[in-house]
Design a protein around this ligand. Structure first.
Ligand SMILES: Nc1ncnc2c1ncn2[C@@H]1O[C@H](COP(=O)(O)OP(=O)(O)O)[C@@H](O)[C@H]1O
Ligand SMILES: [Mg+2]
Length: 282
């Protein structure tokens, strides 16, 4: 079963350059020859993948109100690796939850792929998250009794693909993250870095345009963390996905295309990395 066939179009992003899309051909994923250049942007895709405007989020409790976000504005282009940096409590998780439609803002708008997700009902949000967004969390979030392959397969169960197509897709995804040999291992049989690779494969299962990662290396040692950040960069380059990663990790700050610094719910700096990016391998 090839994913080039027209009967599984959901796994093939029309905007991706098919020569570089590791979701499309098996041969390319087998060699994992990551592209080092920026992916070409589809001519139809002039709208930014994410645009937030005057975004605020107040948490109201009986005792007091916490203004977690105090008016955030930014636009994020496709195919970028963006770091959101800020000390604990600065609002990173609140921001990522709003970008992924997991929470509603108090005021302001969040546009994902041109659509204001703050006015969507829950069923539209479920569909948006399933089709366009992949999530990765600090604590990996794998289901302990399921194998690596079964964990990756979960999002695919909601697609209309056959069992054979899903198995092939899972195999490709696990190879993409360098875990082709570990598909039958359960999470406790994997290292932390391997578990986060499985979580990345799962996040990419439906070919999302946007990957949201909340401190994905927070539980990993620095060397393993660096390999996860390099993998995320490789996925951004090869898949054309846009990644927004909340982190303090210098490994990401070094390789990100852009660093958005937040403090107490406000953007205090927004810096593009002008350096030519060089892959350092895994
Ligand atoms: N569910 C909640 N209820 C009340 N306050 C919250 C809630 N979630 C987060 N906060 C507060 O909002 C602020 C931002 O939190 P958060 O977005 O988790 O920051 P970060 O991810 O940068 O550590 C903090 O002051 C935090 O205590
Ligand atoms: Mg957080």
């Amino acid at each position: 079963m090839s994913f080039q066939s027209d009967d599984s179009p959901r796994w093939r992003r029309p905007g991706a350059d098919s020569g570089r899309d590791a979701f499309v051909t098996e041969d390319e994923t087998a060699t994992r020859s990551w592209s080092r250049s920026r992916p070409s942007i589809d001519a139809d895709h002039h709208v930014p993948i994410v645009a937030v405007h005057e975004l605020t989020r107040d948490y109201v409790t009986p005792a007091h109100t916490v203004q977690a976000l105090k008016g955030i504005d930014f636009t994020i282009d496709r195919g970028q690796l963006v770091a959101v940096r800020g000390r604990s409590g600065s609002g990173k998780t609140t921001l990522l939850n709003l970008l992924g439609g997991l929470d509603k803002p108090t005021t302001g708008s969040v546009r994902v792929d041109g659509a204001d997700i703050t006015v969507m009902d829950e069923s539209d949000l479920v569909q948006l998250r399933r089709e366009k967004i992949g999530f990765v969390f600090q604590a990996f979030g794998l289901i302990p009794i399921l194998t690596a392959a079964e964990n990756v397969e979960i999002p695919l169960r909601l697609s209309h693909a056959s069992v054979a197509e899903r198995e092939e897709r899972v195999r490709i995804l696990l190879e993409l993250v360098g875990l082709g040999e570990r598909s039958s291992h359960r999470p406790h049989e994997l290292s932390g870095g391997e578990q986060q690779r499985v979580a990345l494969a799962r996040a990419l299962a439906n070919g999302p345009q946007l990957l949201l990662a909340d401190e994905p290396t927070g539980q990993l040692d620095s060397r393993t963390g660096r390999s996860i950040m390099n993998l995320i960069l490789a996925l951004v380059r090869s898949e054309g996905v846009t990644a927004i990663v909340a982190t303090h990790d210098p490994a990401l700050i070094d390789i990100a295309d852009r660093v958005i610094d937040i403090l107490d719910g406000r953007v205090i700096a927004d810096t593009a990395n002008e350096n030519e990016l060089v892959m350092t391998g895994q």
